[in-house]
Design a protein around this ligand. Structure first.
Ligand code: GAF
Length: 370
């Protein structure tokens, strides 16, 4: 057992006076390509990162839930059946127990501690990692019959519901089903998926810009509303129903709906092309698709920020980098880069240093870990 796990277990024991009986974890994710496509019934291609969220649990008599977040140094508690939004991290736990109850699962009270090394607001799914770890933990604690796709859909309901963030399904599916070393090629329309090996010959580099985003926030919801309006004007159920062959019609929409819809349609096409490139081991092509995706998020979808654009531009200066793009919802967060095998750490550090000097911010290099 690692030191961190030992410390976490000791914290649980000190706080609650007994040993945790269940440990569960879920990784953060980095989306390789396919951004803002999930709530448009489209395609995404995330993979798991080494950083994860761990929960420790033990049952108690009665209906009280006592919780502690080691990262925040904060406590919280509530009564099962009395879940109500507090606007704090406890909503994640209460959201999960509320959705489990809605599905007819009967729980008793429990104690839970949470520890995570997925940075908050980094675009790497700290929220979904917490929700998925909690559902996994409670599944084990109460021997619930829940499969991994249901873990994800239940976690999403908790996030859309009590937590109050109107996110799509990508993150919860990635945290529940993706593994390191392979991408989850997911069709968000019917949740069918294939696992695609990450290309040998490349390092994935993830660099957090240090600019934190907020998803429950207005900008994400504005993009969702713009997509819905575009669908209404184009008379389709979802932007997924359109392809690049429809772009003339899409370009004729009023600003900015034309650009929003164009991003989603071209991004869906890029996911399919990226899967082909990965299968063919064509790193140059995959890298071009990363850069094109970033330009589309910056210019058409308008979800990038100057700091993130700067990281992508700095990446272009290094011949070892095949491609780079904003990953996750945007408005801050992280850049994912594809680098020639064995060069990722060195080049990632050079880019981080140049970025830090230019912006005065503290970037965080998350992968590769070796
Ligand atoms: C956030 C959301 F949580 C996802 O559902 C997805 O929409 C993503 O932004 C953008 O691709 O991570």
């Amino acid at each position: 057992m690692s030191d961190t796990q030992d410390t976490h277990r000791a914290t649980f024991r000190d706080l609650f006076g007994l040993d945790a009986t269940v440990t569960a974890a879920a990784p953060g994710r980095v989306n390789l390509i396919g951004e803002h496509t999930d709530y448009n019934d489209g395609f995404v291609l995330p993979t798991a990162i080494p950083q994860k969220t761990t929960v420790l649990l033990a049952r108690r008599d009665g209906t009280r839930v006592r919780a502690h977040a080691t990262n925040l140094g904060k406590d919280g508690e509530y009564i099962l059946g009395g879940e109500a939004r507090t606007g704090t991290w406890v909503d994640y736990i209460a959201g999960v127990t509320q959705e489990l109850a809605r599905d007819g699962h009967v729980l008793s009270g429990f104690d839970v501690t949470v520890a995570s090394d997925v940075p908050l607001g980094s675009g790497l799914s700290s929220s979904a990692a917490l929700l998925v770890a909690l559902v996994r933990g409670l599944r084990e604690l109460y021997s619930l019959d829940i499969d991994d796709v249901t873990v994800a859909t239940l976690a999403r309901r908790a996030e859309n519901g009590l937590v109050g963030a109107n996110v799509g399904i990508m993150d919860q599916m990635a945290c529940s089903l993706a593994s390191e070393g392979e991408a989850l090629f997911l069709d968000c329309r019917d949740l069918s998926f294939e696992r695609v090996k990450l290309p040998a010959g490349a390092d994935l580099v993830v660099l957090h810009s240090g600019v934190e985003h907020q998803h429950a926030g207005g900008d994400y919801n504005t993009r969702r509303a713009e997509c819905e309006k575009a669908c209404e004007l184009l008379d389709v159920n979802a932007l997924r129903d359109l392809t690049e062959a429809d772009l003339e019609r899409v370009n004729a929409l009023p600003e900015p709906l034309n650009r929003r819809a164009r991003h989603v349609i071209t991004e869906n096409a890029r996911v399919l092309k990226a899967v082909e490139a990965m299968r063919a081991g064509d790193l140059e092509r995959l890298g071009e698709l990363f850069f094109a995706s970033h330009a589309s998020m910056r210019d058409d979808y308008a979800v990038s920020v100057p700091e993130v654009d700067l990281i992508v531009e700095l990446a272009r200066e290094h011949p070892e980098i095949f491609g780079a793009r904003l990953t996750g919802g945007g408005f801050g967060g992280s850049v994912v880069m594809l680098a020639r095998l064995g060069t990722g750490r060195r080049v990632g550090e050079l880019i981080a240093e140049a970025y830090g000097t230019r912006t005065g911010r503290e970037p965080k290099l998350l992968t590769p870990s070796a």
